[in-house]
Design a protein around this ligand. Structure first.
Ligand SMILES: *Cc1c(COP(=O)(O)O)cnc(C)c1O
Length: 352
């Protein structure tokens, strides 16, 4: 703390990202990165962009990338917003669309960045408890609010809300924006992007960090009615005109175009999730049904924090949240089959 800090900074409680340890040969299953590298076409596109033109500013409107994302979903480029990771897109939408008189709503167990943005932008919020089994009931969100946001599938539980339920919520909540954070949608859900033409208050966010193996490139997107997109552009152009650098834009365009690579890596992750779920169940774990690239698991006889510490001793890092309701759970990212086998072998020793 310093007397030079603003009152706002003195009161902030920043987000704590999952650890990025600098230890070799670690089986890193703690931050939901994709275990497979990006498409070779993405690497080639970034390499082709590496050159003299880096002296020039990038396109401030990222028109080609917005078009590539629009083509992927069969929508218009004006319905797409892009930013430096979906965390930045989320920051802008909290500021642009969720700051109103009434508190916004999000689940009590959810992405822990949401309350941080509320702190940064001075937005009131109310947490809506998930059911006992961690399922999300959209009926609980029909109450006065300044906006609604939840990840689908939810993080860190992995549970999916159906598109039918989302549509029901949109029909019963028309006075504020509903944001669906689809960071993990490609691993087993159906995207709500197809609903944006019918619901002017729906905004869908996505990221290339998980399903497209590009966490290091920092590319996030939002899809919605042009009026919502315009609000985001107004905030962006009051903050940073060039959030997407040339390399990020080139790589991201190539990522949207290489559908075959994207689908094959997603399918590998989904198959590994199935296998890991069965193997962990056989070891006595209780697993939440997951549509994401991670699973949320507890062992009825073992303390989760102790399990996480023991796994670390075997060179395997998983995520443990010391938070109410979920402190006996571990969030385990789906790795390659090889990584998953190292995890299972370590657990076999720890549990015996
Ligand atoms: C990973 C994640 C994000 C952030 O993704 P970036 O694009 O890497 O900033 C947003 N929301 C949820 C729920 C996530 O898990």
């Amino acid at each position: 703390m310093s007397r030079y800090w603003s009152k706002l900074v003195q009161q902030l409680s920043p987000y704590v990202p999952g650890e990025q340890p600098k230890i070799a040969n670690l089986v890193k299953l703690n931050t939901n990165e994709n275990p497979y590298g990006p498409s070779p076409k993405v690497i080639a596109a970034i390499q082709a962009e590496l050159g003299e033109q880096l002296r020039l500013y990038p396109d401030p409107t990222s028109t080609q990338l917005r078009q590539a994302a629009a083509d992927y979903y069969g929508i218009q480029a004006q319905q797409v917003f892009v930013g430096n990771g979906s965390d930045e897109v989320l920051a802008h939408l909290f500021n642009a669309l969720l700051k109103h008189e009434q508190p916004i709503l999000f689940p009590d167990i959810s992405y822990s960045f949401y309350p941080v943005y509320c702190g940064l932008y001075d937005i009131d919020y109310r947490c809506v408890p998930l059911a006992e089994d961690f399922s999300l009931n959209v009926k609980d969100y029909v109450q006065g609010n300044g906006g609604i946001i939840f990840p689908n599938p939810n993080a860190p539980t992995g549970r999916l809300v159906s598109l039918t339920d989302i549509e029901w919520l949109l029909q019963h909540n028309t006075d504020s924006v509903v944001v669906i954070d689809e960071a993990y949608i490609d691993f087993g859900g159906e995207s709500a992007v197809k609903l944006i033409d019918r619901y002017a208050n729906l905004l869908v966010t996505q990221t290339l960090s998980k399903s497209r193996s590009l966490a290091g490139l920092r590319v996030g997107l939002a899809f919605g009615h042009v009026d919502l997109i315009e609000a985001l552009i107004r905030v962006k152009d009051s903050f940073n005109s060039y959030p997407m650098d040339r390399l990020a834009e080139a790589g991201a365009i190539a990522a949207f175009k290489d559908k075959a690579y994207f689908e094959s890596t997603c399918n590998k992750v989904i198959a590994s999730r199935q296998h890991l779920t069965e193997a962990l169940t056989a070891l006595g774990f209780e697993i939440q049904p997951s549509a994401a690239n991670f699973i949320f698991a507890r062992h009825p006889q073992r303390d989760a924090a102790e399990l996480a510490a023991a796994l670390r001793g075997h060179g395997v890092i998983v995520r443990h949240f010391k938070l109410p309701r979920i402190e006996q759970y571990l969030r385990i990212t789906i790795g390659t089959s090889e990584q998953n086998n190292i995890l299972l072998a370590a657990l076999q020793i720890i549990l015996s």
